[in-house]
Write a protein that binds this ligand. Structure first.
Ligand code: SF4
Ligand code: SF4
Length: 353
């Protein structure tokens, strides 16, 4: 394994992010796989650097990074940050293991799609937002030793988050305020108090399967952040619960996007202080022949759970699972929520005369 140290500050001159990333890539091309980066706030370290051979592993040990450490990092990349990090750690993580030995800024694990993100401290506002799961890849995991800021796990649609609530006994909510707004998939395990959770989710007791998952995962997490001594404290399962989205039939009545903006998301609507919104919703996506992709249903896989029907934003799926082409916009929500992969999205790129 060839190792190299790269400095982000040379003779008191800060190297630009672009130059630093280019230098890393040049060294990868020369065969280096193990990097120590003494950064000076440069962005995107670790994630944007890919080995030529996709099977080759890259390791980054980073101090003093800027935003988006490990953003879009792929499988085989291992990133260790010695100290705290600013926003967007592991943004759209695509398979890397990212360990932060400190706190993270806002939007940690934002859009994470695979891999593991381990944090030994706290994470900021909107962390875990838009986490997702694509069955083609291993499920993303996001482990936090302490707590999250507000609006955490907003619009989460898949993946697993574990918020251990360590050193948080005096905190009102280990998930901050208004967690889980718009959450439609995934699981959040948490330990400690929570308050002011969105109405689209429910808090449940752990099953044996959950306990087995946490027991196995906790070992790996605590080893990664070098806190094995906390194992007994954190594996007291009387102190844990989990959050999952409400099943469609238990959800409150569907509300319009404008009512959601006005009443459910943030009072006054997002950016309500700054813009004059007429709260009308204008159609932008194409239906019918112009759709970029078309859902194809496989009846042999379907278990008739109706998740696709209840989550289709266009009400395009009929009771017999045929598609109303004049409503369908090819958004693939049906394929994303289906637990049995019964929908295949067929590329529909044909010329429209
Ligand atoms: S692709 Fe989107 S609009 Fe079309 S049926 Fe599936 S969920 Fe509905
Ligand atoms: S979500 Fe999948 S399994 Fe459930 S009804 Fe739809 S196609 Fe069938």
């Amino acid at each position: 394994m060839k190792t190299i140290t790269i400095e982000g500050l040379i003779k008191n001159n800060r190297i630009s992010t672009q130059d630093l990333l280019q230098e890393i890539q040049e060294k990868i091309n020369e065969g280096y796989t193990n990097f120590e980066i003494n950064a000076c706030g440069q962005h995107d370290i670790g994630g944007s650097s890919w080995a030529k051979d996709p099977n080759e592993s890259l390791t980054f040990k980073i101090t003093n990074p800027g935003q988006r450490v490990g953003a879009m990092a792929r499988k085989g990349t291992k990133i260790y940050v010695n100290g705290s990090t600013p926003a967007d750690v592991g943004w759209l993580n695509s398979g890397a293991e990212i360990i932060v030995n400190g706190d993270c800024g806002d939007t940690a694990a934002h859009c994470a799609a695979s891999g593991h993100i381990y944090v030994s401290g706290r994470v900021g506002t909107r962390s875990g937002a838009l986490m997702k799961y694509d069955p083609k890849f291993p499920v993303p995991e996001f482990w936090v030793l302490k707590n999250t800021g507000s609006y955490s796990f907003e619009f989460m649609s898949g993946g697993i988050a574990v918020v251990c609530g360590f050193d948080c006994s005096d905190i009102e909510s280990v998930l901050g305020k208004r967690a889980c707004v718009g959450m439609v998939g995934g699981t959040i395990y948490f330990r400690g108090n929570v308050k002011d959770i969105a109405s689209c989710v429910e808090i449940k007791e752990l099953s044996q399967e959950d306990i087995d998952f946490l027991t196995a995962g906790m070992d790996k997490f605590l080893s990664a952040i070098d806190k094995r001594g906390l194992k007994d404290t954190l594996l007291n399962f009387n102190e844990w619960k989990k959050i999952t989205p409400l099943p469609p039939d238990k959800k409150i009545n569907k509300i319009s996007v404008s009512d959601f903006h006005k009443n459910d998301w943030i009072e006054g609507g997002i950016f309500g202080d700054f813009i004059d919104d007429d709260y009308k919703v204008y159609p932008l996506a194409t239906t019918g022949e112009g759709r970029l992709q078309e859902p194809i249903w496989d009846s042999s896989k379907c278990i008739n759970c109706k998740l696709c029907i209840n989550n289709c934003p266009q009400n395009a799926i009929k009771e017999d699972y045929s598609i109303d082409e004049n409503k369908c916009i090819g958004c693939a929500f049906c394929a994303t929520v289906c637990p049995k992969n019964a929908w295949e999205m067929k590329n529909n790129k044909k010329e429209i005369s």
